[in-house]
Design a protein around this ligand. Structure first.
Ligand SMILES: Cc1cc2nc3c(=O)[nH]c(=O)nc-3n(C[C@H](O)[C@H](O)[C@H](O)COP(=O)(O)OP(=O)(O)OC[C@H]3O[C@@H](n4cnc5c(N)ncnc54)[C@H](O)[C@@H]3O)c2cc1C
Length: 372
């Protein structure tokens, strides 16, 4: 049983069914992609700093790039690129990660600040250069999730919506999962409940270091520039933007906040983002804001902002696939495959997910630096 019909649950369910396994997905909402998946900025990229993350991305981007041709479903992949603006103090380390990305087959261009201005206007003060990932870009997370749901259903996956899991108990061979008065039995549980995963684990008496953090995204009024801005991130401040049609979508993730299901878009955070970003992007002085177009959602966050993927060491036949922060859209294809291999083969063979094991937080595993 997969708990959660976001992009990770839907990908996992299809991959599991592709291995000939019988799969049920239970989802508390009335439709797929109503959790974080439907709230994301939709960005996909290879520009990570740890080998484990670059490998997840390389597998996943290949899937997204070929999805329509291979499966006949549109998922809205557009290679608008990610443009990272890199300050002097990060440049040497950044180039090391570019070398890593290239060694694993990722195309990444290193640009000086003048070359980078062809994508978007910015103030280059304090910047050593920029990098551009030509495979990076966006997908449509709704389309991708619905595609995996449709493909899963064709292979016999049973989807139960409006079915919140309320109790979970171990049984001699597997798990008993309840939603109100309804009782289900399954051999394995896959916890793909996103920001709610910690709560789902606790229903089974398990501790899981994943909690919710609210993330806000803002939208501008239409602008005059006809260029399509890549997903551009100022690594000095964390402020990011990209084109959304003739508008600009922008934000700054507050990862220092406490865990909690805080709701809503906050005017003060908008002001903070604009003030933080305007030195880098002076044209923000004249940026009109579409307040109704702005929105918020939750990151599911682990202590090091990278996901937890693997068998829960405190339970039999329980797999967690959660804690993706801002990378769950990006890494859903590789994660679904890994989940299916964990269940069917006992280990993830195609993409190594051992770096995302539960116990790593006290073991000094390499921490991803490109978190945004
Ligand atoms: C503002 C914002 C911007 C983002 N930008 C990006 C980006 O650019 N690129 C990127 O890769 N990622 C981005 N992310 C992160 C990305 O959205 C998530 O990592 C991803 O959607 C996680 O997918 P998921 O399937 O694990 O979780 P979700 O989509 O949240 O799915 C989990 C599902 O579990 C269900 N559920 C919870 N509890 C229960 C229960 N008790 N019983 C049954 N069902 C339950 C929920 O209703 C939900 O549908 C962003 C997120 C936000 C909020």
């Amino acid at each position: 049983m997969v708990i959660g019909a976001g992009i990770v649950g839907a990908s996992s369910a299809w991959h599991l069914a592709s291995r000939g396994l019988s799969v049920m997905v239970v989802e508390k909402e009335v439709a797929p992609a109503m959790g974080s998946t439907g709230k994301s900025a939709a960005g996909v990229r290879v520009q990570f700093t740890t080998e484990a993350n670059v490998r997840l991305s390389m597998h996943s981007l290949a899937v997204y790039r070929e999805f329509e041709q291979k499966h006949g479903h549109r998922i809205g992949y557009q290679d608008i690129g990610y443009l990272l603006l890199v300050p002097h103090e990060r440049w040497d380390r950044h180039l090391e990660s570019v070398a890593l990305q290239r060694s694993l087959g990722a195309p990444v261009d290193v640009l000086d600040t003048e070359e980078a201005q062809r994508y978007v206007d910015f103030n280059a003060e304090g910047l050593a250069g920029a990098t551009f990932g030509p495979w990076d870009g966006v997908i449509d997370p709704h389309l991708a999730t619905h595609a995996w749901v449709a493909m899963g259903k064709q292979l016999g996956v049973a989807y139960r919506f409006a079915t919140p899991v309320t109790r979970i108990a171990p049984r001699a061979s597997g798990w008993e999962v309840r939603s109100g008065d309804e009782v289900f039995h399954c051999a394995h549980v896959v916890n793909a409940a996103g920001a709610w995963s910690g709560g789902v684990a606790s229903l089974a008496g398990l501790e899981l270091q994943v909690g919710p953090k609210r993330i806000q995204i803002f939208l501008s009024a239409p602008i005059d520039d006809t260029r399509t801005y890549p997903l551009t991130i100022d690594l000095a401040t964390g402020v990011y933007l990209r084109s959304e049609g003739e508008r600009v979508l922008f934000g700054l993730d507050d990862l220092e906040q406490e865990y909690g299901f805080t709701e809503g878009v906050e005017e003060q955070w908008l002001e903070h983002v604009l003030l933080t970003g305007v030195d880098r992007f002076p044209w923000w002085e004249d940026l009109g804001i579409d307040r109704k177009g702005s929105w918020w959602g939750y990151y599911g966050v682990s202590p090091d902002n990278s996901p937890i993927i693997g068998f829960n060491p405190r339970a039999q036949a329980w797999i967690d696939a959660c804690g993706f922060s801002g990378h769950g859209i990006m890494h859903a294809p590789a994660t679904g495959l890994a989940v299916s291999e964990l269940v069917a083969d006992g280990e993830a063979r195609t993409v190594d997910v051992s770096a995302f094991r539960h116990g790593r937080f006290s073991e000094g595993v390499a921490v991803e630096a490109n978190i945004f």
